[in-house]
Design a protein around this ligand. Structure first.
Ligand SMILES: Nc1ncnc2c1ncn2[C@@H]1O[C@H](COP(=O)(O)OP(=O)(O)OP(=O)(O)O)[C@@H](O)[C@H]1O
Length: 336
């Protein structure tokens, strides 16, 4: 619960600034909002007996109600300190039922981890284990720990407080909405304050990632695969409150993958991505290698690999330039 002392010290103006939704709550409680420079208790003590009766709930008790209301709203909005600092995987079994050869893998906030392995080896399955916060109850038998403990029920059950945001390979919109309407719906559901600014930012960032630009009024059903994906990446990075981001293949989308990853890890989050792409794999701090359904290695990126990444980026830049030239009907200047 919000500490009562803390609420006691804040003036009404400060309180509303910090928790904007409290204003309508106070109005509903018939609490007069005239002196915003005073604290709730100070205002309460200045009320006439009649006004106090209107409010029904008494001073101290009223503060507890305010505190509980803020608590519930933060929970609902997913604003509360998510407090996820550590994601741990405990061994399960491979596709043949053999025990995986590690005890526990720890991933800290701010880390990017790439999942690598041949097609069908179990990368998406591992992402699904994390999304479901598996407790030995998935085909792999793995257990997921959050901050060293089994995931609390609320992570598994509560739709508004999502542990993970997932970006998957196939994304098809079915709603008949414009880009702006769609994003506003998302922002509104999170009761974000500066909704219009954020929506504008999502559209701008998504256009940064996609090749052909689209506008706020474009219908989401008319976006191309790459544009849809760019929109969902920007939406996840800017509007989502989930502490863990799971990405299943950015590479097939025809979008700027490096920018996408930079955008996603801008916030203090844990990012796990399944990939077959060497550049993305080397952009990760750590790599989980999967084979026959089992995690067979957990590797930290070394300095030599950072150098290789730099070379790869130079090659990718050349390829991007070549792609652009060909896309716009120009003769390649690559080797001029
Ligand atoms: N440890 C396991 N035990 C049993 N089944 C598993 C295990 N790991 C993965 N599988 C199953 O194997 C199949 C292929 O796995 P998955 O789709 O995760 O592969 P992938 O590595 O993501 O492939 P791709 O690279 O093609 O996307 C799925 O049906 C998955 O449920």
């Amino acid at each position: 619960m919000k500490s009562k002392n803390n609420l006691q010290e804040l003036s009404l103006a400060e309180l509303i600034d910090k928790y904007p939704y409290i204003e309508s709550f106070l109005v509903e409680q018939k609490f007069p909002l005239v002196r915003k420079d005073l604290t709730i208790l100070e205002i309460y003590h200045q009320l006439s007996e009649g006004e106090k009766e209107d409010i029904v709930i008494e001073g101290e008790e009223f503060l507890s109600r305010v505190s509980a209301y803020i608590e519930n709203m933060q929970d609902f909005l997913g604003e509360k300190e998510t407090g996820v600092e550590l994601l741990s995987l405990l061994a399960g079994n491979d596709k043949d039922g053999n025990q995986e050869q590690y005890e526990r893998i720890d991933i800290k906030t701010g880390e990017i981890v790439a999942l690598l392995g041949p097609t069908g080896s179990g990368k998406s399955r591992l992402l699904a284990d994390i999304e479901w916060a598996a407790q030995g109850d998935s085909p792999t038998g793995r257990t997921i720990l959050i901050n060293g403990e089994k995931a609390a029920k609320e992570w598994r059950m509560n739709g508004s407080k999502k542990l993970v945001a997932q970006l998957s390979q196939n994304m098809n919109f079915v709603m008949d909405l414009s880009v702006e309407e769609f994003l506003c719906l998302h922002a509104e559901s999170r009761l974000l304050e500066n909704e219009h600014e954020l929506v504008k930012k999502v559209i701008q960032k998504a256009n940064d990632l996609a090749g052909e630009t689209f506008s706020a009024t474009s219908q989401i059903t008319s976006l191309s695969g790459g544009q849809s994906r760019a929109l969902m990446i920007a939406d996840t990075a800017i509007l989502s409150s989930s502490p863990i981001i799971l990405i299943d293949e950015i590479e097939n989308a025809g979008i700027d993958r490096e920018k996408a990853l930079d955008l996603l890890v801008g916030e203090e989050k844990i990012v796990l991505m399944a990939t077959h792409d060497p550049t993305l794999a080397l952009m990760a701090d750590k790599r989980i290698v999967i084979n026959n359904g089992a995690i067979v290695d957990f590797i930290e990126r070394n300095n030599r690999e950072k150098d290789i990444l730099r070379d790869l980026k130079a090659v990718n830049d050349k390829l991007a330039k070549l792609r652009k030239e060909l896309r716009y009907g120009k003769r390649p200047s690559l080797f001029d």
